[in-house]
Design a protein around this ligand. Structure first.
Ligand code: UDP
Length: 314
């Protein structure tokens, strides 16, 4: 059981952030959710808006803010390729100016700060599976660079604040995660396929569908995130996700089976810089955090389908 604290979650109305707020509240913590609602949604935090220990502040982390907190989870950033590419300069500013604002806040009030980084720091990886020591294969000037280089810079900022000012940092690298509260229209493969299947629309596979991803159900990820924040003597970076590897075609077939849809698969162009293979090496997370995966892909996909069916009827 985690001791009650005053915790700031930036991006707390987003997909992962809102699950994190919920879990932290369930442990009896006070949670301040900061979100500019750029891609976050009030719907995601509606269910705990009345909780006296929960507070929502509409704010953009690019602007400075002063708060008294014990811990900061920095999750504010558009995270799906469609959204982070729609305003790439803003994505970079969020990662660079926003993260340095949060690190400055952590320094001022002596809070521990956990930075949400990403598997995208490995770019289109030449090593497989990806270990934390791998420095990556990232295009610095492509359409994904605003996110990839932005997140790489946010990691650099964390480590420089740690070295220069002894800020108590934690850095996690999140691999593809899915589950309820994903945005319907953010273009991610799991939400796209499920929404297409439920509507009876074509299922759009980009490229051949032989590219791979490893999909983590959100509750497994959130447990790992909180374990990392609470862990003493280990700052990361650490990979968090699921190490089951599936082709995009296999995912499409699973969604078709589970929804019983009549939708057909259609093939579209592969976006540029789309990584060919991605799978985390989770050895470090297992050893240091006793990180465990509990939800297998079929079960997680079923729960996510149920969520999208329910919001379709709202
Ligand atoms: N993808 C796809 N169809 C879609 C959306 C995505 O085939 O409707 C592919 C995409 O090209 C990539 C993979 O699925 O190879 C995962 O895409 P996503 O945007 O979910 O996340 P990424 O891992 O690329 O950041």
């Amino acid at each position: 059981m985690v001791k009650s604290k005053r915790i700031l979650v930036t991006g707390g109305a987003g997909f992962i952030g809102s699950h994190l707020c919920e879990k932290l509240l369930s442990y009896g913590n006070e949670v301040i959710c900061l979100d500019n609602l750029h891609t976050g949604q009030k719907r995601n935090i509606k269910r705990f808006m009345d909780n006296p220990k929960f507070e929502f502040i509409r704010h953009d982390i690019i602007e400075d803010i002063r708060l008294e907190v014990d811990q900061i989870y920095n999750f504010a950033c558009p995270a799906s390729p469609v959204h982070y590419q729609s305003n790439p300069i803003y994505t970079l500013k969020t990662n660079i100016i926003g993260t340095s604002n949060m690190l400055g806040l952590a320094k001022r009030v002596g809070a521990r700060i956990l930075q949400a980084s990403t598997s995208e720091v490995y770019g289109n990886p030449l090593e497989h599976p990806q270990k934390e020591e791998y420095w990556g294969n990232v295009n610095p000037i492509g359409i994904r660079s605003c996110y990839d280089e932005g997140k790489r810079t946010s990691e650099t900022l964390c480590f420089d604040y740690h070295r220069a000012h002894s800020v108590d940092i934690r850095v996690i690298r999140i691999f593809n995660t899915y589950g309820p509260q994903m945005l319907e229209n953010d273009g991610r493969v799991v939400s796209n396929f499920i929404v297409q299947a439920l509507k009876g629309d074509d299922i759009t596979i980009y490229g051949t569908g032989n590219q791979t991803r490893s999909f983590c159900y959100v509750s497994d990820l959130v447990e790992g995130i909180i374990k990392m924040m609470e862990q003493d003597g280990f700052i990361g970076p650490v990979n968090l996700g699921n190490d089951g590897e599936f082709t995009i075609k296999e995912l499409a077939e699973l969604v078709i089976r589970e929804t019983n849809t009549k939708s057909k698969i259609v093939y579209k162009d592969l976006p540029s810089d789309d990584p060919t293979r991605r799978k985390p090496d989770l050895t470090l997370a297992r050893n240091k955090l006793n990180y465990q995966i509990k939800v297998v892909l079929e079960e997680g996909i079923r729960k996510t389908i149920k969520y999208f069916e329910e919001i379709g009827h709202e």
